[in-house]
Design a protein around this ligand. Structure first.
Ligand code: UT7
Length: 352
């Protein structure tokens, strides 16, 4: 990954700070690791501020900022389809990795807003990139990127693929009820992508790459956040429906739980984390989780003020922003966590 040339703004926990027990790996057989080789994004050009929204629905900038932290969102124009944005983000991730479409064995695209029921948006991206291999979509709402990462990790570790594009791309503007102030102010459009490359490690927490993923779902809560119909570009309007308070409660609880299990599985204390990169739904959720982890705000990547909630795209977008401004540096430990409709939730730990 071609990381920023600026020195890190913060003191990062470099590999030499890793607990001694993580270094006793000399005699361990090599294990395959999925290495985060490149990151990219695409955001629609059109930006809608809170004030602009307040002209069409009974809301105001103060309520949105104080209850969510959101200041603006990017909204896709007709040509900015799920596939279009995903392709742009994927091209940026490949360029960032110094890779080409020829290095791609698989494309896994997380979205809740595909352009069509089928073919999968990932296959459209494959054609646009001129890539070979195989491509498919993953549907896990706002947790989709973590789910897709987990699947990509399995393909790489079992030797089924050496280079995998993992993309989150969403056009929630097409499934929002623009008369419902309880939901339409919360979401935005955009895409983020990472390119994962096969690498090797010792099977310890000192390894570079994806160290773990943990996934969960509970269909008993399927009715607190859902879309009431089909979502493709040519379908009749379908709308997102949410019981915000209930989802909020589950988000804090389950994201905290899955963060704890991720840290425990790797033998890490919360202090090992350089960057918490949570799903970007509500600043109050992010703050509550950061507080539980005893992480100061300087160790949490926040983009929801600029992007609002972009569902499966929010984590790769946040990764891309943090890379572009030089916050991400080699050796750092990233903790990713999300919760979304399903309910689905999960976490991932990555060392850069
Ligand atoms: O990405 C998937 C995961 N999604 C989430 O994690 C979202 C989780 N939920 C949330 O972020 C929050 O629950 C919301 C931001 C959706 C809502 O915040 P809240 O503090 O739970 O507000 P509320 O729904 O209880 O509404 C409080 C008041 C209500 O008025 P009354 O009944 O007290 O008079 C709402 O009608 O705020 C009113 N309200 C608004 N006022 C101005 C709701 N939406 C708006 C609005 N502008 N946009």
């Amino acid at each position: 990954m071609q990381l920023g040339v600026e020195p890190p703004a913060l003191t990062s926990r470099q590999p030499h700070d890793i607990a001694p027990e993580l270094h006793d790996a000399a005699d361990r057989p090599a294990v395959i690791r999925a290495i985060l080789a490149g990151i990219g994004d695409y955001l629609p050009e059109h930006i809608v501020t809170n004030d602009e929204l307040s002209r069409t629905v009974a809301t105001n900038d103060q309520w949105i900022r104080e209850r969510t932290g959101i200041r603006q969102r990017h909204i896709a124009q007709p040509h900015e389809t799920c596939a279009f944005m995903a392709t742009r983000a994927a091209q940026a991730a490949l360029a960032n990795a110094g890779a080409t479409a020829g290095d791609v064995d698989a494309i896994i695209l997380a979205t809740a807003t595909p352009d069509q029921a089928f073919p999968a948006t990932a296959v459209r991206v494959q054609a646009a990139l001129g890539a070979r291999g195989f491509a498919f979509d993953v549907s896990a709402a706002c947790s989709g990127f973590i789910y897709a990462l987990s699947v990509a990790d399995a393909f790489i570790r079992t030797g089924q693929a050496r280079g995998v594009l993992v993309i989150g791309s969403e056009v929630y503007s097409r499934i929002l009820n623009w008369q419902d102030r309880g939901t339409c102010v919360l979401f935005g459009d955009g895409a983020g992508a990472v390119f994962l490359r096969r690498g090797e490690g010792n099977g310890t927490g000192a390894d570079t790459g994806l160290l773990s993923t943990h996934l969960h779902s509970d269909g008993a809560y399927g009715d607190i956040l859902y879309v009431d119909g089909a979502t493709g570009r040519h379908d009749k309007p379908a709308h997102l429906v949410m019981n915000g308070k209930e989802v909020f409660r589950h988000a804090v609880t389950h994201m905290s739980e899955t963060i704890d299990e991720a840290l425990a599985a790797n033998g890490f204390d919360h202090s090992a984390i350089d960057w918490l990169i949570p799903h970007q739904a509500n600043m109050r959720i992010v703050d509550a989780i950061g507080k539980r982890l005893h992480l100061s705000a300087e160790h949490v990547v926040v983009t929801l003020d600029q992007h609002a909630n972009t569902s499966a795209a929010s984590i790769p977008l946040a990764l891309s922003v943090a890379q572009a401004d030089g916050r991400l540096q080699p050796g750092q430990l990233l903790l990713l966590a999300a919760l979304g409709g399903g309910l689905t939730w999960g976490s991932a730990i990555i060392r850069l």
